[in-house]
Design a protein around this ligand. Structure first.
Ligand SMILES: [Zn+2]
Length: 258
């Protein structure tokens, strides 16, 4: 797990699994953790790594209901998990789905865990809306299209946007079950002005990006969605994302929107 300070009061922790990012945000004596790393050793180390940097989370937020973003309570079992209303509905509609998908991924990667994932009492947050953090607040913006749920966290005092599975420099836009091309496009259109307000964009997977780099990825993603909508079987993929794995992902996207 890599820890990178992107602001005096913001720390990004990148998991060795899929470059999954967790973001710790601090204001005054309060802190919030958005999303989570994946591996058991990373989750075990997380409270210590954060405490050493002066972050002691009072709450957890997950950007969406995919299992790889929901693991915060394995590191902080005493904290409530805040999610958008649509994510809360999704978790209620599919009880045990996140746990099942986590077990499947663990089996695939030969990962064993000391205990199973318990989501506890999930707290539904209004989106669009905001949550207080210390002297300031975090803005919650809708971010659907990758899945049927999703939110982006904008921290105005930190100049930071944690957008969930959008604007990744390592992963193509992914249309998963519940997601759609139209909703994905609407989210990209919504994220543009939010990116303009920030210095740093932290995608769910990949590198924290400076504003201009994030806007470049956004443009590449719009172009990619155009190719996907046309049904191109072998579109030109953006630099850094032209790999066999992303070609496979593209084939899955074609099947999902076809
Ligand atoms: Zn993800």
């Amino acid at each position: 797990m890599r820890a990178v300070s992107v602001h005096t009061d913001a720390l990004v922790l990148t998991s060795g699994m899929w470059q999954t990012n967790a973001v710790a945000l601090r204001s005054g004596s309060e802190a919030m953790l958005v999303d989570s790393p994946y591996f058991p050793d990373e989750l075990e180390l997380l409270p210590g790594v954060l405490a050493q940097a002066g972050f002691e989370p009072d709450g957890l937020i997950a950007t969406h209901g995919d299992f790889d973003h929901l693991l915060g309570r394995l590191a902080f079992p005493g904290l409530a998990l805040g999610v958008g209303e649509l994510t809360a509905e999704r978790l209620q509609r599919e009880p045990g789905a996140a746990q099942r998908e986590l077990r499947d991924a663990d089996a695939e990667f030969y990962v064993t865990r000391p205990r199973p994932l318990a989501l506890g009492s999930v707290q539904a947050l209004p989106v669009p809306g905001s949550v207080e953090l210390g002297d300031g607040e975090l803005e919650l913006h809708p971010a659907e299209g990758h899945t049927g749920d999703g939110l982006a966290v904008l921290a105005p005092d930190h100049g930071l946007l944690a957008c969930g599975d959008y604007l990744s420099d390592v992963e193509l836009p992914m249309i998963s079950p519940g997601g759609s091309l139209a909703a994905y496009r609407a989210t990209l259109a919504r994220l543009g002005p939010l990116v303009e307000r920030c210095e740093t964009v932290v995608p769910g997977h990949g590198s924290p990006l400076e504003r201009d780099a994030a806007l470049r990825v956004l443009d590449e993603d719009v172009d990619y969605l155009d190719a996907l909508e046309r049904g191109d079987e072998r579109p030109e993929l953006p630099p850094g994302r032209d790999t066999g794995a992303q070609r496979k992902l593209h084939a899955e996207n074609l099947a999902a929107v076809g």
